[in-house]
Design a protein around this ligand. Structure first.
Ligand code: IMP
Length: 197
């Protein structure tokens, strides 16, 4: 059995990964991950890098240095074409009070005068197996930003992101459906396939 800690405090990200593994339990029966709660890891995790990769690395490295335990971390965000890739690595801290609704409102108001609504979610996982072995896995999901906000399920920018070839936002579909197309699961599949090799 291969065991790793998932270095995240984001319960939504954790839930998506958990559901994905459950849905594939026959395929991934040699893989188990633990959340930080299981060892009462309460330190705040650094995220001051200049790129998704750097942030993912900082998170995994921080946890590994403190615990010496194999782990993986994740950094992700939304890149909007007409905003030159903003909010990018600042997706969770886009508005002044870092609040989800305000982040969405700021994004929509910044886009009002622009024609292109094209956007992309990007995700990178960092897998830290031991002191010397660190690996990265990426995934993306293309789509567009909706005009209206649809608060139903999900987190972050789910209420305004419509994936390519879809008519609804990520907030209007189940986690299992989101997992079939998401940037996070695309990247995570690469990680788990690598670990299972
Ligand atoms: P971080 O990786 O902790 O910096 O957080 C990533 C941020 O990007 C989240 O807080 C969301 O604002 C946004 N984000 C990343 N992935 C998703 C997603 O699947 N749905 C909605 N928002 C996301």
């Amino acid at each position: 059995m291969k065991k790793f800690f998932f270095v995240t405090k984001n319960i939504f990200k954790e839930q998506e990964i958990k559901k994905f593994i459950l849905s594939k339990k026959n395929q991934y029966k040699n893989f188990r991950f633990f959340s930080l709660k299981e060892i009462n890891f309460t330190d705040s995790i650094p995220e001051y890098g200049n790129s998704f990769i750097e942030n993912a690395f900082l998170k995994a490295e921080f946890f590994f240095k403190k615990t010496n335990l194999p782990c993986f971390s994740e950094d992700s965000g939304l890149k909007v074409e007409c905003l030159n890739g903003e909010p990018g690595i600042y997706s969770s801290r886009y508005s002044t009070n870092n609040n989800n609704i305000d982040n969405i409102k700021k994004l929509l108001s910044n886009m009002v005068k622009n024609r292109s609504r094209k956007a992309e979610f990007f995700c990178v996982f960092c897998l830290k197996i031991n002191k010397k072995e660190t690996y990265f896995f990426e995934g993306k999901l293309s789509g567009k930003i909706s005009e209206k906000i649809s608060f139903k399920k999900g987190f972050g920018y789910d209420p305004i992101f419509i994936p390519e070839n879809h008519n609804h936002t990520l907030s209007e579909i189940s986690i299992n459906k989101k997992n079939q197309i998401s940037h996070r699961i695309k990247a995570f599949k690469k990680l788990i396939q690598f670990v299972n090799k």
